[in-house]
Design a protein around this ligand. Structure first.
Ligand SMILES: [Zn+2]
Ligand SMILES: [Zn+2]
Length: 147
């Protein structure tokens, strides 16, 4: 059975369904994700675009870099996605973890863009830390910088 997860923005104007499992779940420390969310670190679940369906008409977009757009609710402002080219995966949609109704069902497997991390922002797990995207090159280390 294929699991379908649901979610949406804070006001409910935007809802989504994500079918099947994400190809990864990542803590992203990059400047752009942090800026878009106003957060110290942003956790994203990555899906092929065809796995994700949006309902409602409230979605708006900000083109944050060439080929990349970030969606948010035009009514309540909730940041929702990173959307762009996933290379061999094709178009991908990365959904912000706390936009899901049940984020506990999704567990992170890596940290991305550790070199852009706010210096005091450490997560006490043993997951691999990458300089950029997870799986591109060897991890910088496993676990917090101070360990
Ligand atoms: Zn909303
Ligand atoms: Zn990022």
């Amino acid at each position: 059975m294929t699991e379908t997860r649901t979610g949406g923005c804070m006001c409910g104007a935007v809802r989504f369904e994500a079918k099947g499992d994400p190809f990864d779940v990542t803590h992203c420390h990059c400047h752009s994700c942090r800026k878009h969310n106003g957060a110290a670190v942003v956790t994203l679940a990555g899906y092929k675009a065809g796995q994700v369906a949006f309902g409602g008409t409230g979605r708006k977009f900000h083109n944050s870099s060439p080929g990349v757009r970030r969606a948010f609710c035009g009514d309540c402002g909730t940041p929702l996605t990173w959307e762009g080219d996933g290379g061999e995966l094709g178009p991908i949609v990365e959904l912000h973890i706390s936009a899901f109704d049940e984020p506990d069902t999704l567990r992170p497997t890596a940290h991305a863009f550790d070199v852009e991390r706010i210096s005091w922002m450490e997560v006490a797990d043993d997951l691999p830390r990458y300089e950029g995207f997870p799986g591109v090159g060897a991890p910088l280390r496993h676990g917090p910088a101070g360990s």
